[in-house]
Design a binder for this molecule. Structure first.
Ligand code: PAF
Length: 282
């Protein structure tokens, strides 16, 4: 695996592979890697070269969030990626990604959806995500980029951004990787203490129950969302939201319509903000 730190080297390596007829897929990450990331790398490898970026992006954290204490261990991450078969690691510093600084620089924002759901609780978050992912895609120009489905709203927003800006990169959805008890793997799970860790799978269980009730024909979405949030609250979570939406564009579902729906939730458990979702066909 090649490790590069500059935009020029990252682009040059991707171009070399592409000129040799190989397809390159980027897996953008913030490091603190785990099995779920490796599954995305394996998915990338199926169609050619797997490039991974590691950059803890300051612009997607609000003041007071966990930017400072976000786990960083580049050596351990690189070792895991080598083991997992990645071909390229791009690990730039902030000056490579934001050469003009973090403040007086161009921002990329998908309006509307970026202010809803997680965006209602983390107002600048998605503008930070789109601003950094646009840069990473344009710097490296891979053939495809994989984003895990656990961050469902992020995936939908990034699809929109790539489409709106005509960025010539295919957006590929990666699977959610779960622990044996159902908890979606996340770098932030390490903020959970032992008791919280035991409780954490309830988030997924509650979403599955909601999906089951909807499949059986329940259509009072507001009641379902409120009951799910109340159940989480009783058990010690502090939910930001539970919401039923259309899977394609995260618009509100029509009670009578068929199609793909998603139930999304974000809830605090101690110092960890957990997010999860269940997608199902109605
Ligand atoms: O999902 C993440 O890890 C981040 O939001 C991403 C896409 C790497 C952008 O910083």
């Amino acid at each position: 695996m090649r490790v590069v730190k500059t935009r020029a080297r990252a682009r040059a390596q991707v171009r070399r592979w592409q000129e040799a007829g190989e397809r390159v897929t980027l897996v953008p990450t913030m490091g603190a890697l785990h099995e779920a990331h490796l599954n995305l790398v394996r998915l990338a490898k199926r169609s050619g070269r797997a490039a991974v970026s590691i950059f803890v992006n300051p612009t997607q954290f609000a003041p007071g969030e966990d930017f400072e204490r976000y786990p960083r261990d580049l050596e351990a991450d690189a070792a895991m990626l080598r083991e997992g078969g990645a071909d390229l690691l791009f690990a730039p510093g902030a000056e490579e990604v934001y050469p003009g600084g973090l403040e007086a620089t161009t921002r990329v924002e998908v309006p509307g959806l970026s202010a809803e759901l997680c965006g209602a609780h983390r107002p600048a978050h998605f503008a930070g995500v789109t601003s950094v992912v646009a840069r990473l895609l344009l710097v490296m120009l891979p053939d495809a980029a994989i984003f895990g489905r656990k961050d469902y709203q992020q995936l939908v927003i990034l699809r929109r951004m790539v489409e709106d800006l005509h960025i010539p990169v295919e957006v590929v959805e990666g699977p959610i990787t779960r622990e044996d008890d159902g908890l979606a793997m996340s770098s932030r799970n390490r903020y959970l203490n032992t008791g919280q860790r035991q409780l954490a799978p309830l988030l997924h269980a509650v979403l599955q129950e909601c999906a089951q009730r909807l499949r059986k024909g329940e259509r009072d979405f507001a009641r379902l969302e409120q009951e799910a949030a109340a159940r989480l609250r009783r058990k010690g979570f502090a939910p930001d939201y539970v919401a039923v939406r259309r899977a394609g564009d995260l618009g509100p579902p029509a009670a009578a319509a068929a199609g793909e729906w998603v139930i999304l939730a974000a809830a605090w458990l101690g110092a960890a903000r957990l997010i999860d979702n269940v997608v199902f066909r109605q």
